[in-house]
Write a protein that binds this ligand. Structure first.
Ligand SMILES: NC(=O)C1=CN([C@@H]2O[C@H](COP(=O)(O)OP(=O)(O)OC[C@H]3O[C@@H](n4cnc5c(N)ncnc54)[C@H](OP(=O)(O)O)[C@@H]3O)[C@@H](O)[C@H]2O)C=CC1
Ligand SMILES: Nc1nc(O)c(N)c(N[C@@H]2O[C@H](COP(=O)(O)O)[C@@H](O)[C@H]2O)n1
Length: 221
């Protein structure tokens, strides 16, 4: 399995404002790059915080990219995956439409009524007691044939994936804006590391739109 985390952050490292509303930090060139990256992957993963904040669709937008995937015998868009311990994903969420297969990674704590409501629209995987056990969940995704994984956020999930040692590559678009706010989500939130910080190797620096795309490889995979 290969896991690439992709996100857009402000010049001060924020994914959004303290209101946690979806913000366009990327410009056209970066959104097009993200679409190409989605088109190459087997699955796009987000945390339920992102679903609740953004109601994303997580599909490939460009018709030519979708057609190329179909020509290769694949679905037009990769599978969508939501990491969601208790099944908080709304049943009318855009990720649950029929544009692509959707997997919900739940924990044992997800109530039966939520499972029943969501099972009509998604494939349910269970890993972990209270919170989703990411190592087990990603193992289950691999068993489904999902090898090339793209994670799009948010900051809570990205931190946990680094903590679990699951990240191979990190791509961050740094946009020309400053958001600020101690409660605004950052690229990696969670508890934060206090020792044994994951280290990264810088692979590429590319100017894009009015910002910069940084491509990092992780050292410990
Ligand atoms: N600029 C960008 O590129 C992006 C920006 N965003 C922004 O980020 C914000 C949302 O990010 P955030 O609030 O951090 O939410 P996340 O999308 O990271 O989801 C976090 C939630 O996932 C669930 N979860 C289950 N298991 C785990 C686990 N093992 N580790 C971590 N999380 C787990 C938890 O909810 P539970 O306990 O219920 O399971 C947790 O609260 C929004 O403002 C959105 O707009 C999001 C993506 C990209
Ligand atoms: N690459 C990137 N740049 C930004 O500026 C963003 N705000 C995001 N957000 C991510 O994209 C998801 C929306 O996807 P759809 O357009 O609905 O398919 C959003 O939920 C974030 O994960 N990404």
């Amino acid at each position: 399995m290969h896991v690439v985390v992709n996100a857009a952050m402000s010049a001060d490292g924020k994914l959004s404002s303290r209101r946690r509303e979806q913000l366009a930090i990327s410009g056209d060139e970066d959104f097009a790059r993200v679409d190409r990256l989605r088109a190459k992957r087997d699955a796009v993963v987000v945390g339920v915080g992102t679903v609740l904040a953004d109601d994303p669709h997580l599909t490939v937008k460009d018709d030519a990219l979708r057609a190329r995937r179909r020509d290769d015998g694949r679905s037009a868009s990769p599978a969508r995956v939501v990491v969601d311990s208790s099944g908080r994903t709304p049943t009318d969420a855009a990720v649950l439409d029929d544009a692509a297969t959707t997997y919900l990674c739940l924990s044992e704590a997800a109530p039966v009524d939520r499972r029943l409501a969501l099972a009509e629209r998604a494939e349910l995987l269970t890993a972990g007691d209270e919170r989703v056990d990411l190592l087990r969940a990603f193992g289950a995704l691999q068993e489904q044939g999902l090898e090339r994984i793209m994670v799009e956020g948010g900051g809570e999930l990205i931190f946990s994936l680094f903590e679990a040692g699951l990240v191979d590559e990190l791509r961050t678009f740094v946009g020309p804006t400053l958001i600020g706010g101690r409660d605004a989500p950052t690229l990696a939130d969670g508890e934060g590391f206090v020792a044994a910080f994951p280290t990264l190797e810088l692979e590429a620096v590319d100017r894009l739109d009015d910002g910069v795309l940084l491509t990092w490889k992780t050292d410990d995979r």
